[in-house]
Design a protein around this ligand. Structure first.
Ligand SMILES: *Cc1c(COP(=O)(O)O)cnc(C)c1O
Length: 363
């Protein structure tokens, strides 16, 4: 068997490691921000019915432009969006890859505000785009002035803004997004991508960047069905932007990239969006409970508008991570010293995490 080093691998990929959150079978898995609730049975039944219909035509390629799904996504998002302003792919990671393929590439650069979603750097790498990780301000917050000066200093072609930010949970004011757009317009005429993977957990006060899309043809908002919709296994991510941006992404996508099964499954789920999202309130309740109880334990949770909490005040992250794992609770060491990240699960899972942590800290 050959080793990686024996292969004529692209030189910029040598020594790299693939994305790899552990996939362990444990009683309480709270490590990758999934919705840990199962989808409602009535929706499951309808998905199966639609899959059964689709299988009869599976000898044919699916609708390459997936117009029905784009219509369903446009209706779900609202804001008067049309299907021509919607794009989708196998997870928002693939949407992000399409963006980098179309707007990044060799000789171009991208900028993110770290700590942030680790896939930005990996997708940049994979597409030959330079990536700069610009540090966030105190407690991982960002202000419009700070965002502006970072962009004017780095002059990127792509700015990645994650709101709420993974792994910190930090929401972003629309003023920061407007500042980023104005700054990149001045600096390079590049694009601003707002990754709203966790938007549904922000509550009614969280305002999507989609609300300021009109008149900003280089603003892209990516979303996913993997988190609030409890649809991670189906792999459906999507995007709202100017229809010209969508035309650009169509240049780089593989033909028929969304399978007929994926399309009908997502359409069925979107036809029941209220039912699919019924667990969001409870998840937010568990998140807020985690924040309160971690403070009582003397830890330092950061404010979060997502379905997870990053907390500091941990002396040895890896040892606490391992002791929790011994007790059947898997959370995430994201590599920020003195912190750990936990997803808000069901009430029972959240209780199991908090009790296990209490036990670990007492010993
Ligand atoms: C989970 C996540 C995604 C999405 O992943 P997909 O499953 O590929 O849709 C995108 N961005 C962030 C910040 C995430 O945390």
């Amino acid at each position: 068997m050959a080793r990686l080093e024996d292969l004529p691998l692209r030189s910029d990929l040598r020594g790299r490691t693939p994305y790899g959150a552990p996939q362990l079978h444990v009683p309480v898995a709270l490590n990758v921000n999934e919705n840990t609730h199962r989808i409602p049975e009535e929706v499951a039944v309808e998905i199966i019915e639609r899959l059964a219909g689709a299988v009869l035509d599976i000898n044919r390629y699916p609708d390459r432009e997936f117009m029905e799904l784009r219509q369903a996504l446009a209706s779900y998002l609202g804001f008067g969006l049309t299907p021509e302003q919607i794009w989708a792919a196998n997870g928002s990671n693939e949407v992000l890859q399409h963006i980098f393929q179309a707007f990044g590439g060799p000789g171009r650069s991208s900028l993110g505000f770290g700590p942030t979603y680790s896939m930005y750097a990996l997708i940049a790498q994979g597409t030959g785009t330079e990536y700069t990780d610009f540090p966030r301000e105190a407690r991982y917050e960002l202000t419009p002035e700070y965002v502006r000066s970072a962009i004017l200093e780095n002059k990127p072609n792509i700015v990645m803004l994650c709101s709420p930010n993974n792994p910190t949970g930090t929401p972003l004011d629309l003023a920061c997004i407007e500042a980023a757009y104005d700054a990149i317009t001045e600096a390079t005429g590049g694009i601003v991508v707002v990754d709203e993977a966790y938007a549904e957990f922000g509550g009614s006060t969280a305002i999507s960047a989609i609300s300021i899309l009109e008149g900003r043809e280089r603003l892209l908002i990516s979303r996913t069905m993997s988190k609030a919709f409890a649809f991670a296994g189906a792999r459906v991510g999507y995007l709202a932007a100017d229809s010209a941006v969508v035309d650009a992404l169509r240049l780089v996508r593989l033909p028929y990239h969304l399978s007929a099964f994926t399309q009908v499954a997502a359409e069925a789920a979107l036809a029941h969006s209220a039912t699919m999202l019924a667990t969001v309130d409870d998840i937010c309740y568990q998140r807020d409970r985690i924040v309160v109880e971690l403070k009582e334990l003397g830890l330092d949770p950061f404010r979060s508008d997502a379905n997870f909490v990053l907390f500091g005040g941990v002396s040895d992250s890896q040892s606490i991570f391992e002791k929790l794992l011994e007790r059947g609770v898997l959370i995430r060491n994201v590599g920020i010293p003195g912190t750990l990240r936990v997803s808000a699960g069901t009430e029972a899972e959240t209780t199991a995490f908090l009790s296990a942590l209490r036990e670990v800290l007492a010993n």
